[in-house]
Design a protein around this ligand. Sequence first.
Ligand code: ZN
Ligand code: ZN
Length: 452
Amino acid sequence: MNTDTTQSAVSEDLRSSLTPAREPVPVFYGLLPMGIGTGDCEGLVSYLCRLALAHCVSVDDLVNQGLARYSTNDFKIWRHFSTWMKDRAVDVFAKQRTLALRDALVAATGIQAAGRLSLASLDGVIDLAGMSSPRLRHCPLCYQAAEFAQLHRPLLWDLKAVSCCPVHAVRLVNSECGGETLQRRPRWHRVHMPGVCTECGAIAYACRAVSHVGASLAEQWVARQSATLIAAASGGEKFDAPLAPERIRELATIVGDGFPFRAAAICGFNKARLYDWIHGVRLIKYAPLLALCAASGVDVVDVLRRPSQCSERANFRYEPHARRTRITSLDDLREKIKSALAVLQDPSVAAVAAYIGCDRSTISKRLPEEAAMLTARWRSARSAKTAARRVEAQASIESTAQSLKKAGKSVTLRNVWLESGICVSRGSRFEEPFRRVQAAQSDEPGHRDALV
Ligand SMILES: [Zn+2]
Ligand SMILES: [Zn+2]
């Protein structure tokens, strides 16, 4: 028997299977991404979940045991996929994560189209930061109509600017379980299948009763524009980087009828920011670009693609964040303070300002007398309250001392605490009455005898 040679052959085999090859060949199923080249194109995380499902392993295992071999990235230091809340950002574009996951998936499956499942091709063309939706959402009608084998999560639903479905024109709803589960299932035990409720496993979130809310024309326009953009990006179209400032100037000039900076007020953004975009100081973000396109009637894809052509105009404005209401007349302000006083009891100036929704300094600067009156009232109310609490503290210490005396115990910090639950700390309202009671106790003849 020639055991030596067999053993060495076996160990050779083992070694070659254990040491990872330099260029690993694709060993994952060549799962085809859904909706490539259309507005319904699925997101990267949706593809990852479906791939794990096809391999009958958890998403975690697929990433850490399998995918990790195709990447120099340490996936383990990413938050666990099953507890991960950032998948929307990865779907849209998060520089390190999207690119690492994308390249590993392409290498592992050999499917080149899997590399086009995010907006990575727009990186550097526009500013993609903050473009993903903070919440997981879906179109209830899309999921209702879909066949089980076709369930996936379109990338479109992960864009913050998009609030409705371009096909059904209803608002997207949050992908949350609607079932009455008393005990929440641990995240580790949840299903990770696109279109299936992670908590109760209901297909197409059937656990959630939703009323379909129709979307406005502007919302539908945004959804259609975004779908076209996703179709172009997933179709493999390359955009020139970065978006030329001249094109933004062109758009702004159309919007402002020859005066580009008038576009700021019309579209609802800051004029200084518009200056930055026009002069190439910074890249424009997606939402303001949408607003410019909406006002000028140019398609977003056309702006990114080639010199502008006009199409339909829409009534979509960029909304920065809620501003405080501006109070114009003093009488108005006085009226509002009066209404606040009717509701609030002895409020401070800050409380009144918060109630009205203006700045504290607006009241104190414009109506100094009223502000002084408010402060005086507030102070006296507060001191009245403090006095009442002092009296209350004294009464409770005295009654505690009496019951201690009846029980034949001396008044000490510990006994007071055990008896009444009052902790007499230094500087508290209980301290002074406590000292007084203690002094009275040490003056008593019985107590002095006991000490002697
Ligand atoms: Zn839909
Ligand atoms: Zn559910």
